[in-house]
Write a protein that binds this ligand. Structure first.
Ligand code: FES
Length: 111
């Protein structure tokens, strides 16, 4: 298996502390990886078009600086998100690359 084919491991942590660890193909979005694995708290109503904000999550502090900064569209959506924090991101805008292997994400309460 070449380096490009190796899966990326992501840890999603529910507000109550329950952890979901998944392995997904490189290039998958953080939102799609959650939806495909039935992770609670990421609804992704707009399918990744940056228009719903229901894929909002919090990136763990030590990973924030390793992500590309949010686009203007993402930044505007996050300003109107429920309970925004400095570590807030829209998971549909984060592409999982090998550099993000081991990423830890805090989920919001599922609605
Ligand atoms: Fe709608 Fe991310 S899925 S903004």
């Amino acid at each position: 298996m070449s380096a490009e084919e190796l899966p990326v491991t992501v840890h999603y942590i529910e507000p109550g502390g329950k952890r979901h660890t998944v392995e997904v193909a490189q290039g998958t979005s953080l939102m799609q990886a959650a939806v495909d694995n039935l992770i609670p708290g990421i609804d992704a109503d707009c399918g990744g078009a940056t228009t719903c904000g229901t894929c909002h999550c919090y990136i763990e502090d030590n990973w924030v600086g390793r992500l590309d900064p949010p686009s203007e569209d993402e930044r505007l959506m996050l300003e109107g998100a429920i309970d925004p924090k400095p570590t807030s991101r829209l998971s549909c805008q984060i592409k999982l690359t090998a550099a993000l292997d081991g990423l830890c994400v805090q989920l919001l309460e599922a609605h």
